[in-house]
Design a protein around this ligand. Sequence first.
Ligand code: KG4
Ligand code: ZN
Length: 356
Amino acid sequence: MLMLGIESSCDETAAALVCDATKIEHRILSNIVLSQDKEHRPFGGVVPEIAARAHLKHMDDLIMSAMTTADVSFDEIDGIAATGGPGLIGGVIVGIMSAKAIASVKKKPFIAINHLEGHALTARLTSNIRFPYLLLLVSGGHCQLLIVEGIGQYKRLGTTVDDALGEAFDKCAKMMGLGYPGGPKVEAAAKAGDGKRFDLPRPMRGREGCHFSFSGLKSAVRRQIEKLGNDGMSSQDIADLCASFQQAAGDILIDRCKNGLNQFKSIYPAGNTLVVAGGVAANKSIGERLAELKHTENIQLVIPPTKLCTDNAAMIAWAGIEQLKSGHTSSLDFKPRPRWPLDPNAPAAIGAGVKA
Ligand code: KG4
Ligand code: ZN
């Protein structure tokens, strides 16, 4: 099965061709990602209107270059999958309309993909893991622990009651003047830092359940910056603060994952796989910290390659393959969904501004 995937829910315009070859290394035929970092950098974050226009400007060329790189024609593909949400509505409309147009002209199945499901299933594209598994989804907009029971079957164990972890990385980077996107900048700066220098809080650590909170950690970083004096921060101060932030984030994730694994194993006693997905999963230091769980909790840890942790279209094409194989397609009437929870039945977390 050969699938064209399209991603445009945030600040990456992406197109990819993916097949279901048995050999993992033969699956991705092309995977093209055009980042809009340069367009958004002056504003220190993603500007929805600029993002939508950039997707519109580049989408057609990107799809064509994904097709050319893979050396396939539209007649050869088995379907077109595009992110249908959650995300910035302008960008999602661009991707969905492009996919619908190709699907209707070429009379191929169209599959609207939940962006979070794209992240959730990436580990099955890059390694042969089976359902069920526990998923730590850590991106710019989401921070959740879910049990992935099957295609379209998710049980959410916990979510953030305030900021997502990627968002906290981005905001801390902005406060320290490191620029956008913040996650990779904080990771790079932290390499030269001492993670024990600043005593930052670990919100939610030790609490029951699987919810997250990062706004207290972010505020503590802000207070520390104010104490050091914005202009007076040396590069060593910045490195130490980044490393201390990362250390705190790692401690929180380990604590929450332990609770998640206990809940997972109480439902699926044979379950022993933890998958980490989303942009923050690209952070090597966080990955190394989470690797501690392999020994303490006796599990296997799966983190997809960096390029497939951050937003891309190969994950959307793969989710399209999984959906189509299980008999699911979308109608050409599909309406983009700016909000689209993976587990619509999950109870709301207690706290202000809960993210779905
Ligand atoms: O999954 P993603 O590409 O987009 C969303 O769906 O949100 O995640 C983007 C987020 C951003 O907040 C970015 O700063 C963060 O992932 N991120 C990282 C790293 N690379 C990307 N955070 C920490 N360390 C990284 N190396
Ligand atoms: Zn994402």
